[in-house]
Design a protein around this ligand. Sequence first.
Ligand SMILES: *Cc1c(COP(=O)(O)O)cnc(C)c1O
Length: 399
Amino acid sequence: MAEDPRAEDPKNWEIETRSVRGGMARSPYGEISEALFLTQSFAYPSAEAADRRFSGEDPGFIYQRFGNPTTSIFEDRLALIEGAEQCRATASGMAAVQMALMGLVRAGDHIVAGRALFGSCRWILSNWMPRFGVETTYVDATDLDAWKNAVRPNTKAFLVESPANPLLEVTAIGAVAEIAHAAGAKLVVDNVFATPVFQKPLALGADVVVYSATKHIDGQGRVLGGAILGSQAVMDEAYKDMLRHTGPALSPFNAWVLMKGLETLELRVVRQAEGAAKLAEAIAASSKARSVLYPTRPDHPQAAVIANQMTGGGNVVAFDLGSREAAWRFLNALQIVDISNNLGDAKSMATHPCTTTHRSMSDAERAEIGLTEGWVRMSVGLEGVGDLTRDVCRALDAA
Ligand SMILES: *Cc1c(COP(=O)(O)O)cnc(C)c1O
């Protein structure tokens, strides 16, 4: 690979420049659009060179499960946007969460997690980790004393999603990181809802950040992907060997799609957040909505924490229409917005969490996170805000 001859340090670039040019590694052809290297393995010029590659003395590529030039551009670009020393890509967001936790614990260890979590993350903690002798305590993530009280001598990891799905509960990342570190544990933050554009958990004190790149990073509904980011020391110690040998690697094709997604990530999510804030206003003004949750609204329960750690509200709005019937009437009256459970897409979509994304939770678990039958979660896309407002207001009337 030809070295970029320019002397600029990409770490000093503005986010827009990092998004478009970060991690760029051109082949000898000098292509402008990053090359897609669909290759599993690599040829070495000599037996001596192969020896050096395997010993680590020569850092070149060996095998797609360990690394690939296209995947590397995606990883380096996302690391630059996040401000992380290293990023490793995974085949899905769930592979990232699972690996991020597995790399920190062993049999007999304990995890503390915020109780409002993406369904599959909760499944891993409740149903999978116990097979390997790892127990989890769930806490109200907004209650710092609850985190402190949940710590045990064998606690090795904290996991929190902030803002959390689906009711956008926000956790004070810096304060929770301090509690984790005092306990000798590492804090993993699932930063999907905030995106690297609006929240930087590592800068706030977290040790590891995970993404489902399936969401805003793709942003156009095409491929699955995930990422784990952290300091070089954490990535080497907790993840390097595990990722090589267990094989959750992202396909280079998907890495290429996601890397091109990064070029427009900031542009898209800033526009989506503007739309989401306006729609939250319109929904709050309707007599049909009992409450509306959006992170930058002054009536958000964690507004003070949000002002400290987020630079934008993201693209998800949640609102309570009082009953399942009203929520379903709302969804069925939408003419532009799709009924779908994904988020971060260019196309707006709305879902009824109780009967879709959160249906596997018990009534008691849903009650704990305040999720009742009337809640709708909407992911605001890139359509015209006038059209979206008309569609949503018409559906609210029908509710
Ligand atoms: C979607 C999502 C995941 C899982 O990601 P996949 O790419 O679907 O595997 C994890 N955490 C959060 C917060 C998500 O929204």
